[in-house]
Design a protein around this ligand. Sequence first.
Ligand SMILES: [Fe+2]
Length: 185
Amino acid sequence: MAVLTILNKDKRLTDADEIAASLASHGIDYERWTPSHPVSDDAPPDEILNAYAREIDELKTRGGYVTADVIDVHAATPGLDAMLAKFNREHWHDEDEVRFIIAGHGLFHIHTISGAVLAIEVEAGDLIRVPRGTLHWFNLCGDRRIRAIRLFQDTAGWTPHYTESRVDENFLPVCFSAAHFSTAT
Ligand SMILES: [Fe+2]
């Protein structure tokens, strides 16, 4: 289950419905998905995509996504720190960032239009959709592990545009359910 922290209000939500309602007010979609049949979190990508085919197809129709894949990142992934360094600074994309978490943890910070900063820690079963143009940054948690389904409107649009605001430096990437500080730098 996700943990949502509204940093400037020092408010923390752990109830899925409350998280979804709060994020919806900022244009962020949050859902909990369950597979159509049991599937191991280390199953091959095709099996993962098949188990969530209904939800993926619905989301494709709603959001105009054309492709879905499975990304797998763990502590031993070659070039992990360089990969993480692309995304842990405030940026936006010309493409929605859609992730359904299969295993591990991740921490999204969202810098809203109103100036609030939200920290959303996601784990298995969580779907998050960050609309194109939304300012955000991402860290792994202490387990340095994430496996997720990604959906794309156009893979070419998923290039980060940096704000260079350095606002991200004001927020320590703290994960709660993983009970670790992020070690991503
Ligand atoms: Fe991003």
